[in-house]
Design a protein around this ligand. Structure first.
Ligand code: NAP
Length: 313
């Protein structure tokens, strides 16, 4: 390892929390690198229209917003690597990290902004039809369902957005939710209800995905009556929330029972010099703008922390 692989602050994750942290780190005078994975941008890459991120008069496409954040981060002098961190040793400082490219890196302070991964139902038939009709990404796969009937599973903003997006291609979109009230924002609910292609199916959960080589139907169970029915669809999009991406630090940092990194109100995790920002620690808001704010806090705290670290040549 060369000293070129040492940074005062290393950020892992390339959503709004990660980029904001790296921006504040370099503007605060630290050497900083951000590991963004193969496709930097995080969850917003799959969001078509964002109209609640300040600064954009018209809705902005998620991928465009993330491109702007990445370019801004690079222009300010942070190194952005399209690699992942595959292991982290937080037992002593500087922290030791290994990248997917096989390189070792060290950091005086670490900011974890690894976000969250889409959840799956976890049933055998879901697994069987993944890529054959069952998908976790409407933005990626919606195009293949032109003129077909599809179902979206979930009742939050993601499910609502996916359902609306799919109406551009599909002839009909069933939104299947396990309760009789959606969790999605009022505005999205209004859009769903006024879209003639959307049919809301309340109080139902998928029991089994059915078909031969490809998905042809979903057997739904009414959670109130126990009755089942088959919905003939060629596609089923799972949008039931996310799980924090904390595999890297399991056993090294304090996590809550759902796997989120536990921080104090200044984003400090349970090991000195380690901070967390965004959906990896946010159990409540999970909004891009909140993640960006947390990234800013984490960087300011990390900058204060490295003031006390021994200087390197
Ligand atoms: P979410 O808000 O956690 O919603 C997950 C949905 O899936 C809930 O309706 C939940 O039902 C349902 N669900 C969970 N587990 C299930 C299971 N095993 N079987 C069936 N249904 C299940 O997740 P999200 O929609 O991904 O949103 C995450 C965060 O990102 C939210 O804070 C959201 O506001 C934000 N977001 C914002 C935008 C935007 O502003 N444009 C877009 C996307 C996401 P219950 O309701 O019964 O719990």
């Amino acid at each position: 390892m060369t000293d070129q692989n040492h940074y005062e602050i290393i950020v892992i994750g390339s959503g709004p929390a990660g980029f904001t942290a790296a921006i504040y780190a370099v503007r605060g005078g630290a050497s900083a690198a951000l590991f963004g994975g193969m496709a930097p941008g995080g969850q917003l890459l799959q969001t078509m229209e964002i109209e609640n991120y300040p600064g954009f008069t018209d809705p902005v496409v998620g991928a465009d917003l993330m491109q702007k954040m990445m370019k801004q981060t690079q222009r300010l002098g942070a190194r952005v690597l399209q690699e992942s961190i595959v292991s982290a040793d937080l037992s002593s400082r500087p922290f030791k990290l290994k990248s997917s490219g096989g390189q070792q890196y060290t950091a005086d302070a670490l900011i974890l902004a690894t976000g969250a991964q889409a959840r799956w139902l976890g049933t055998p038939s879901e697994e069987k039809f993944k890529g054959k009709g069952v998908s976790g990404c409407a933005t990626c796969d919606g195009f293949f369902y032109r003129g077909k009937e599809v179902a979206v599973i979930g009742g939050g903003d993601s499910a609502a957005e996916d359902a609306l997006f799919l109406t551009k291609f599909a002839s009909k979109v069933y939104l299947v939710h396990r309760r009789d009230k959606l969790r999605a924002s009022f505005r999205l609910q209004e859009k769903l209800k006024s879209n003639p292609k959307v049919e809301l199916v309340y109080d139902h959960v998928p029991e089994e995905f059915l078909g031969d080589a490809k998905l042809s139907a979903v057997r739904l169970k009414n959670v109130k009556t126990g009755e089942t029915r088959e919905l003939a669809v060629s596609g089923a999009f799972i949008a039931i929330g996310h799980t924090p991406a904390t595999e890297l630090v399991k056993g090294q940092l304090k996590l809550d029972e759902d796997g989120y990194i536990v921080t104090d109100d200044r984003t400090a995790a349970s090991v000195d010099g380690v901070y967390a920002a965004g959906d990896v620690m946010d159990t409540r808001y999970k909004q891009a703008v909140v993640a960006a704010g947390a990234g800013c806090k984490a960087a300011l705290e990390a900058l204060a922390f490295i003031e006390g670290c021994p200087k390197r040549a």
